[in-house]
Design a protein around this ligand. Sequence first.
Ligand SMILES: [Zn+2]
Length: 231
Amino acid sequence: MTVTKQLYQLQEIDTEIESAKQALSQKTSQLGNRQALENAQSQLASEQQRLDELRRQQHAAEWEVDDMLSKIAAAENQLYGGKITNPKELSSLQHEVNTMKAKSDQLENKALEIIDQVEAAEKSVTAATSELKKMDDDWQSLQQQLSDEIEQLKSRLADLKQKRQQLSEEIDSQAVTLYEKIKQQKKPPVAKVEQGICRVCRISLSASELQRARSGQPVQCGSCGRILFLS
Ligand SMILES: [Zn+2]
């Protein structure tokens, strides 16, 4: 195998190492991230709070209705009880009963509106609760999946690093040094040559460059400086 072919293989391993490292850091940052769950939890908490507040309003409104109804009943007892006979007094009492009945209707309507709101809020709390439960289940299985993937990536990285170590020991050390030096400045450090063109910088190579590159010894592209590899 030529030196440039070996360097190209080294580069392929480096590319795999790079992408495994990226995947590993991405999965690691996802692991334990509860942000979406916490948002859903606080959303649910505020909907629950609103429901509690509406229920308090409902009880207060119902209490007002009951209070008004018992006042009306007491006034009607007086009205029809027979103890009051003065027509003026009776008429005034009748007027009072009518006013209270109108007020009682208003209060009942208000209570009914609140009850509608309570029912809507109950539905939304129920929906948010089951959504949260589902999110929590999904989160648990995602954590498991992430942990598994992280373990796989770690072991893959270890394999790749070992493979890289073996390969780089087989390659001429000067060539590896050149590869590392170029890699620090530009990635990828090895460029394929196709139809006489450096595939990275797209420059046509001279006949002598091609000739030297064909030998399989490391030759740098005159334009981008990468090691040329003729497959
Ligand atoms: Zn080039």
